[in-house]
Design a protein around this ligand. Structure first.
Ligand SMILES: [Cu+2]
Length: 676
């Protein structure tokens, strides 16, 4: 079915225009023209066009079932999902626009003034509005003066708006607020995170346009003044001795791109992008002999949360949901200024809407290239001298989002043996805290004189709408257990691999266990593999701490998805995000913990596997002033999906030396290895 879908686009590339209308694949992100048309239609229905803003504009994707019908030849309407926010009244409205017919087919006012509340994401223009509101506030200016800043220095202060969290305070309920913290800067290019202003937090009501609450806590902690800048121009003594390293692909890359579709080394998929998730992989399939076999219908990271573990005024409420509260896609880096990838790169430019609903193109938002990844397999047969080694090539599809102080990379890797990997890269600048001279920071690590970094956690949630061999899929849990001594274990060497089907979604909210090597298999019980079982992929997770905030805390309830490593739900197009639709200023309880209350069957069903993973970060001097990359992620590996090593058909590198029986093996068994 997927191949039929793909055939359509091959004949009709992204830019094809037919009878005045662009023919597009149903999963292509909205074009500039479609964004403009959708926003114009919606704006025309707004109470005030001048006050109408567009925090979310994206493709309303067809369901898996609709796509299959499309594969059968039916045309699918192109739909846009548009959320508007009236910046004077605060009213937020969801719209679905039928672009072909030029009409709004659905309109729903969000009930966000009633519990459990929830606001559309913070828009970039609100970052600037927040700073203006804070700097105009007499109370905040007085708090700055109390910390010894002159009027001139106050103008240089950096105000960081932070999604607010929620604690059921009167000024939070149903309000569109952010909490703002402040940093001293000696000049506009100074790294403000070296100079946190402790004890001052302004709650800014973005609709009322005023500071709704101000914390100005005692005792006054002096602002750390030591400069910690990291720009190249600040480094008088850069490290020497690094010779150029060039990656050359004289015949070009091995992938083929057609619009948003990619083919590489037996893999085929479509690239998508949304304002909330950023990069999306659609319809990931692998060509296995004559068969194109589907693996994943849709894969993305739908949420993140970063809860902080310091109880003091500047930090206790910090718990940014970077996808749902800001938008990882909205904050994607345009890589036109220099990309971090080496080799022959293909960039995808992504059309997007600004907060006024004006379309623009995020240049080079997605980067795709190939990498050499060492050895994929190798053997030296010492008896006959047969030496075979193959290098691993992987395809990297990635983007980077900068969310305030932190920078997150999302790197999907496809391998030639059928492995799929997601690696997130965490870098940028840590949140900091001013520490009283002579004291040591209690709630994290010291990173410099009078400067600490609060301990925190980063959680990601990947949503994997599975489609192993295109049919019903089932999830099973496995672990290793030693077998007691006995007649069937007379030598004590035997251990077992247990197996347990996860039948209903409440049974399937699971925690990783490194000690038992717990893993999960997603299989298709309707298909028989080469050894009489079911074709499957294994979810390989890294056991890591889950949400450590207390049961009953707001952050735990708001970020409930981070209380389990694995969740499985039957596919429901309304259940798109691990934290629910509108986590911003939301009271909690939405997302995965709510979805699974239905306790639906997930046995041989159209299922979504959700995986929470992350990093618990105790700050250290090495994290400052800019932190080397920390990694988190997972892999999906074929387990009985293929009849053998899927990379067994790889040819040796062209310049490899053949070492066969009789050739001299110089020194050791590594001779003949070629590193291309
Ligand atoms: Cu961190």
């Amino acid at each position: 079915m997927e191949s039929d879908v793909s055939d359509v686009i091959e004949r009709e590339p992204q830019s094809a225009v037919q009878t005045g209308r662009v023919i597009r694949h149903p999963l292509d992100p909205l074009s500039v023209e479609e964004i403009a048309a959708a926003c114009a239609l919606v704006r025309a229905t707004a109470a005030s066009a001048a006050d109408c803003r567009f925090p979310i504009v994206r493709l309303e994707e067809p369901t898996k079932q609709e796509l299959r019908a499309h594969g059968g030849g039916d045309a699918l309407p192109r739909l846009a999902f548009v959320v508007t926010l009236d910046i004077v009244s605060g009213e937020a409205i969801e719209h679905i626009v039928d672009l072909g017919r030029g009409i709004i087919v659905q309109r729903k006012v969000l009930p966000n003034r009633e519990a459990p509340y929830g606001q559309p994401p913070v828009m970039l223009e609100e970052f600037f509005r927040c700073e203006a509101i804070v700097k105009a506030d007499a109370g905040w200016r007085a708090a700055m003066r109390r910390r010894g800043l002159s009027e001139q220095e106050i103008e240089l202060v950096q105000v960081d708006p932070f999604s607010s969290g929620f604690f059921d305070l009167s000024f939070e309920r149903g309000a569109r607020i952010v909490r703002a913290i402040s940093y001293f800067r000696e000049h506009p290019q100074d790294n403000a995170y070296a100079h946190p202003i402790e004890g001052v937090v302004a709650v800014v009501d973005l609709i009322a346009g005023k500071v709704a609450d101000l914390t100005d806590a005692d005792p006054i902690v002096p602002i750390p003044r030591k400069k910690r800048n990291y720009g190249a121009h600040e480094n008088a003594n850069p490290r020497a001795g690094i010779k150029p390293l060039h990656i050359e692909q004289p015949e070009g890359p091995s992938f083929r791109v057609d619009g948003w579709q990619v083919e590489w080394q037996k893999w085929r998929f479509r690239v998508g992008f949304t304002p909330r998730e950023g990069l999306v992989l659609h319809q990931l399939a692998y060509q296995d002999g004559e068969r194109e076999r589907s693996l994943i219908h849709r894969a993305s990271v739908t949420e993140m949360v970063v809860p902080y573990a310091d109880p003091s005024a500047n930090h206790f409420w910090k718990s940014a949901f970077d996808a749902g509260e800001y938008g990882l896609g909205m904050l994607a880096n345009a890589l036109e200024l220099g990309c971090d990838c080496l080799g022959t790169i293909h960039y995808f430019d992504v059309p997007a809407a600004d907060s006024k609903g004006e379309p623009f193109v995020m240049q080079n938002a997605i980067c795709m290239h190939e990498e050499d990844y060492g050895i994929i397999w190798k053997h030296y047969e010492f008896r006959n001298g047969l030496f075979e080694v193959r290098r691993s090539r992987r395809l990297v599809i990635s983007f980077f989002a900068t969310v305030g102080n932190y920078d997150y990379g999302f790197y999907w890797y496809l391998y030639q043996d059928g492995t799929v990997q997601l690696e997130t890269k965490l870098t940028g600048i840590i949140q900091t805290t001013a520490v009283m001279p002579g004291e040591t920071y209690r709630w994290g690590g010291m990173v410099d004189d009078n400067l600490g970094g609060p301990t925190h956690q980063h959680f990601f949630n990947a949503r994997l709408h599975m489609d192993i061999d295109g049919g019903g899929n089932t999830v099973s849990e496995h672990e290793f257990v030693p077998r007691p001594w006995g007649r069937d274990n007379p030598h004590g060497n035997v251990f077992d691999t247990t197996s347990r089907m996860l039948a209903c979604e409440r049974d399937a909210a699971r925690i990783a266990n490194g000690e038992t090597g717990r893993f999960w298999k997603i299989s298709n019980p309707n298909v028989t593999n080469a050894v009489g079982g079911s074709p499957a992929y294994k979810l390989v997770v890294n056991p890591s701490p889950l949400m450590l905030a207390q049961e009953g805390s707001f952050v735990r309830s708001r970020g409930g998805f981070a209380t389990r490593h694995v969740w499985v739900t039957p596919y429901d197009p309304a259940e798109k995000y691990a934290s629910g639709d509108y986590p911003n200023v939301h009271a909690g309880g939405d997302g995965l913990p709510r979805y699974i209350q239905q306790n639906r069957s997930i046995d041989n069903a159209d299922i979504v596997v959700w995986h929470s993973f992350g990093h618990t970060h105790v700050c250290k001097p090495e994290d400052f002033p800019v932190m080397p990359v920390e990694y988190a992620g997972f892999m999906l590996k074929p387990v009985g999906f293929f009849a053998g090593n899927a990379a067994g058909d790889l040819a040796p590198e062209r310049n490899a030396r053949s070492v066969l029986s009789g050739d001299s093996v110089a020194g050791n068994s590594g001779a003949g290895c070629c590193h291309g």
